[in-house]
Design a protein around this ligand. Sequence first.
Ligand code: SF4
Length: 258
Amino acid sequence: MSRETRTDAQLTLQRENPAEADFQEKRQRTAWYVRKLEEHFGEPVWKGRRSPVDSLIKTVLSQSTNDRNRDRAYDELRRRFPTWAEVAAADPQDIAEAIRVAGLANQKSVRIRDILRWLAQHNGGFELDNLCEMDIQQALEWLGHLKGIGVKTLAVVLMFACGRDVFPVDTHVHRIVRRLGLVPENADPVKTFWQMAKLVPPGKSYSFHMNLLKLGRTICKARNPDCQACPLRQNCQYFAQSAAALRQDKISQPGKNT
Ligand code: SF4
């Protein structure tokens, strides 16, 4: 919120405990973003529980590619190997052939095979329903040592497949929350994840994630964000800085852009 709209209590906190005041301000602002995006795009409805292992493999395939190629690779993998046991037993070269369209096929094929083998050995098969009972920290401790599985992958599976209130930070989300000023410009995706976990209002992870994706694909694109069309511009650091830079430009070069 802008300084002008702060209450006396907030100003006192700002004086006495600036770090806490900053955190509270970001929490309030995040709740405002959630509301604004729901007003603009509607409140997305979770599509219901899906197989966590299917979701996990799909998420590994999605790394460094788009949704379309991820889906094509996944469909081809399932067509050639109808069961996960067959993938676990397959030659990585054959898996790589099936998933080629998703890119990094040689790396992903080994990772997928190794993840499935590990599950067969340590989880008694290819079901992964017990993951849905874990929080993100437990899930990381359990599976985070496997190559291709990190906090983003697990957050995606927990939210999409299990319906857990976990907020994944993908490329679009990472870009937008940095522009909004919720995390520092140089924050990496993992730091951003832990920071956002504290800021997103309870029960709003799915809504906020899905609406930020929509915003990132339609308005807050990587290049040339269309800030004039954005429902968040009133409280966006990037927009405020761009507007200030433009004003400064006009003051120092009167007549330019007129
Ligand atoms: S105001 Fe601009 S930079 Fe900020 S979130 Fe909207 S589109 Fe992105």
